[in-house]
Write a protein that binds this ligand. Structure first.
Ligand code: 5AD
Ligand code: SF4
Ligand code: FES
Length: 366
């Protein structure tokens, strides 16, 4: 079949993919062809990063945010959310739990703030996490746009990875998803600062945004390459009822299936193209279907971020509707995810940082 000939040429070993190839792969619709893409991405994952999944314990320590992104459930203007911030002791307690349960690293995530109290608090939390784990736990931050000196302070305190999604690499689409005082160029500048300071930098996008074309997704993958990032975190865009973007994004049941397929194709195509980076299988995949995160791993992802936030706070940290595991404790989610991972024949990298080969290579080049 002619279609398959083309697919096998594009997937051919050793062939460098160009923008048209990326668009072609992301546009595949035939189930068997999508399965060929997935298999190929899985083979590339096996070869470059192995079949070991690394856990990052996610601590959603505050939902207070100064920003107002049109798609996000904890945006500043959403008055229906009870705002919270964990205490220093609660954060350290979660980190102790992660360490005792053989997690190699934790992620501190929150809404965005840049006041001095916040900057100091994070620095203290980083030091507290290091102390409670005898310096063992790796720390990833995901707390938005900050000044370079802030990024440096936190790096010096012991954080070594930073996640900052570009959300979409299209500047015009970015403009439509954010109020006018949210700036694409500023976000780009932050990614450059993070690289300069020495973090392993992660970025990513939302998939299936209103107004987003397949070409934009192909450009997102090219953007990841251009920024030379070590980690990718991306997932489907899911509407939240208290946001301005809600009406535009509500999909019929069948469309949610298509969205899942598109998100998985995006993971596979990114794996094929970038090869040796860490790619997260995100919770948003599991919001579409219970086995979404396993599907992400089978499509080429190798990182899972189990939520280890105290259940008391989980319902107040909903960026999108129908977030899974709102009532499940850290023990339950970790046990659940462990069996899901072993059920697909992969192993878990306990007590390891699990840096991507890409990040390790970069360190040696410097
Ligand atoms: N659907 C999916 N992902 C979302 N995020 C925020 N709101 C949504 C939504 N409605 C993602 C953004 C952000 C990350 C923390 O969560 O990409 O960077
Ligand atoms: Fe705040 Fe992040 Fe949500 Fe934007 S996406 S409103 S910065 S928490
Ligand atoms: Fe949370 Fe299964 S992943 S309960």
């Amino acid at each position: 079949m002619e279609g398959n000939d083309k697919l096998f040429t594009v997937l051919d070993e050793g062939r460098a993919l160009n923008r048209n190839d990326l668009i072609y792969l992301l546009s595949l619709e035939d189930e068997e062809q999508v399965e060929e893409l997935r298999k190929k991405a899985y083979a590339v994952k096996t070869q470059y990063v192995g079949r070991k999944v690394f856990f990052r314990g996610l601590i959603e320590f505050s939902n207070i945010c100064r920003k107002n992104c049109y798609y996000c459930g904890i945006r500043r203007d959403n008055a229906n959310v009870g705002r919270y911030t964990l205490s220093f002791d609660e954060i350290v307690e979660s980190a102790r739990w992660a360490h005792e349960n053989r997690y190699g690293s934790v992620v501190l995530q929150s809404g965005e703030r840049d006041d001095q109290t916040f900057v100091d608090f994070i620095e203290k939390a980083i030091k507290g996490i290091k102390a409670v784990s005898s310096d063992r736990l790796g720390i990833t931050l995901s707390v938005g746009e900050q000044a370079e000196e802030t990024y440096r302070r936190w790096f010096d305190a012991g954080a070594h990875r930073y996640l900052l999604r570009i959300e979409t690499s299209s500047e015009s689409l970015y403009g439509k998803l954010h109020p006018s005082d949210h700036n694409y160029k500023k976000r780009l500048a932050c990614l450059e600062m993070l690289n300069r300071v020495g973090y392993q930098v992660g970025t990513g996008v939302m998939i299936g945004l209103p107004g987003q074309a397949i070409e934009d997704l192909a450009d997102d993958i090219l953007f990841f390459q251009k920024m030379d990032v070590a980690m990718i975190g991306m997932g489907p865009y899911l509407p939240h009822r208290d946001t301005p973007l809600y009406e535009e994004g509500v999909a019929a049941a069948g469309e949610r299936e298509d969205l899942l397929t598109l998100a998985l194709k995006m993971i596979s195509t990114t794996r094929l193209f970038l090869k040796d980076v860490n790619i997260a299988s995100t919770t948003a995949l599991q919001a579409i279907t219970p086995t979404g995160r396993e599907m992400g791993l089978m499509a080429g992802a190798n990182i899972i971020m189990p939520n280890i936030t105290d259940v008391r706070y989980r319902s107040s940290y909903q960026l999108y509707d129908d977030k899974p595991c709102i009532n499940e404790s850290s023990d339950v989610c970790t046990g659940c995810l462990s069996s899901r991972i072993t059920s697909i024949g992969e192993t878990i990298g306990y007590d390891e940082w699990g840096d991507s080969p890409h990040a390790v290579r970069k360190i040696f080049q410097h």
